[in-house]
Design a protein around this ligand. Structure first.
Ligand code: GDP
Ligand code: IMO
Ligand code: MG
Length: 422
């Protein structure tokens, strides 16, 4: 069977740490969407590692890792990352696999991302500029080059055709940066990519399922950044929700068992777009400081605020979440008072549903207050040792979103996680 771990907010919920934690229980970890816009942080012993393209199960020798067909892959980032994990004694030739259907990010995709964002002025998305939007546009536009094509003799001529098409678009943006250096490293990385295990991802996974092996699908970004259900147009370009597992990996819906949603105990967002519970005061600064809320991919400060249960309930609904991991509970350790958003005033009208077009209406969050726990939680291992106030906080979330919080993460380290009794 297949279980899924995905983000329930606007990304950076702590998916990397949680996938790394669960990975030993699985035979394969497979990324199903997104690209190097993702930054998944995990700790190997005391060393912090940020993964952008490689699935977060890579540090477990007995777990295979697959980059699925729904992913957009930047070969340059992949090569760099393979070198990074190899330094930890990981043999990527043995336990990393790339689907033939994975779409390739070419240097001009990155240039187009930059040119397009530059042309948007105040309406810019705040893209990570990794070429994600343009790469997915070439996929739906049926122009993309896929990993399987690298082995075909038409690869170079198709690449040149694509580059010419991109050049015309770049000219229309008056983009004239010299990106020739990007192309040299791209072709070097393409050679490296060809030396990896390129497989038919859907047979790879479905054969494993038939053999009774356990698969963990790893999501990138978060549900509120989903191309269809997120805060459009301030979203990423892929389906980040559980449905993306089927299209991104070639797995049938009935094969999916647990959908494990990851949420912070508060909320963050990086880039532009609506964020109803954003705090602009010292409380927001405190969350950013204590939570080290700076983007793992771009280093940008993350916008911080209270947990938004309206958005979280929506995310649980569209994903079919069966259990929740609440991360960064320790970041709230020193707060006297905590708040959760339980409804919105949408243009002055009370609502308990996420509006179709969050970006076009004025949303004021309505909060319920809770007592802080005022205890250092970072060393706690047993649920009984967690303060009652955390249990109350979690119980309120459970009842509101209709899915149980089963794990509370209380620090960035591998072992800093408490499993709650159901
Ligand atoms: P991802 O994109 O969902 O994998 O999340 P990121 O790695 O971008 O951001 C999460 C950040 O929070 C990383 O720096 C993690 O090391 C850190 N982190 C994860 N879980 C916890 C936790 O429970 N407590 C604290 N303090 N930090 C955490
Ligand atoms: P992980 O997997 C947080 C945001 C960007 C921008 C919008 C579109 O680490 O949770 P894109 O580069 O996709 O065109 O950017 O989405 N974004 C993320 N925010 N975490 C991520 O990934 C993100 N990936 C993209 O900041 O607002
Ligand atoms: Mg991240």
């Amino acid at each position: 069977m297949v279980d899924v771990i995905l983000g329930l907010q606007w990304g950076d919920e702590g998916k990397g740490k949680i996938v790394d934690y669960f990975a030993p229980q699985y035979d394969v970890v497979a990324r199903f969407q997104g690209g190097p816009n993702a930054g998944h942080t995990l700790y190997v012993e005391d060393t912090k590692i940020v993964l952008h393209q490689i699935p977060s199960g890579i540090f477990h020798q007995n777990t295979l890792n697959l980059v699925g067909g729904g992913v957009v892959l930047d070969p340059v980032t992949l090569k760099r990352e393979c070198e990074k994990v190899a330094a930890f004694g990981i043999d990527v030739k043995k336990n990393l696999f790339i689907s033939e259907r994975t779409n390739i990010i070419v240097p001009t995709h990155r240039a187009l991302d930059k040119a397009s964002e530059g042309s948007k002025g105040n309406d810019k998305i705040g893209s990570t500029l990794k070429g994600i939007g343009p790469a997915y546009m070439d996929k739906t536009g049926r122009n993309a080059i896929r990993v399987g094509d690298l082995l075909d003799k038409t690869f170079i001529s198709n690449y040149i055709k694509l580059r010419l098409k991109h050049q015309r678009l770049l000219d229309s943006f008056h983009f004239n940066e010299d990106i020739s250096g990007w192309e040299d490293e791209f072709f070097e990385a393409i050679d490296f990519l060809k030396s990896l295990n390129i497989v038919n991802g859907e047979y790879f996974l479905n054969n494993k399922i038939t053999e009774g092996k356990k698969i963990l699908a790893e999501g990138a970004q978060g549900s509120m950044l989903d191309i269809d259900f997120g805060t459009f147009p301030y979203v990423t370009s892929s389906n980040t929700i559980s449905a993306g597992v089927c299209t991104g990996l070639g797995i049938a819906p009935q094969k999916i068992k647990e959908v494990i949603g990851v949420t912070k105990a508060y909320c963050t967002r990086v880039g532009g777009g609506p964020f109803p519970t954003e705090l602009f005061d010292e409380k927001g600064d405190e969350l950013r400081k204590i939570g080290s809320e700076f983007g793992a991919t771009t280093g940008r400060p993350r916008r911080c605020g209270w947990i938004d249960l309206v958005a979280l309930q929506f995310a649980c609904m569209i994903n079919g979440v069966t259990q929740v991991v609440m991360t960064k509970a320790d970041v709230l350790d020193s707060f006297d008072e905590l708040k959760m958003c339980t409804s919105y005033l949408v243009d002055g009208v009370p609502k308990t549903e996420v509006p179709y077009q969050m970006a076009k209406v004025k949303i004021e969050p309505v909060y319920q207050s809770f007592n802080g726990w005022k205890v250092d939680t970072t060393q706690i291992k047993e649920p009984a040792d967690l303060p009652l106030t955390i249990h109350e906080y979690v119980a309120f979330i459970n009842q509101f979103i209709g899915a149980p919080v089963r794990f509370v993460s209380n620090g960035p380290g591998r072992k800093q996680i408490v499993e709650l009794a159901l």
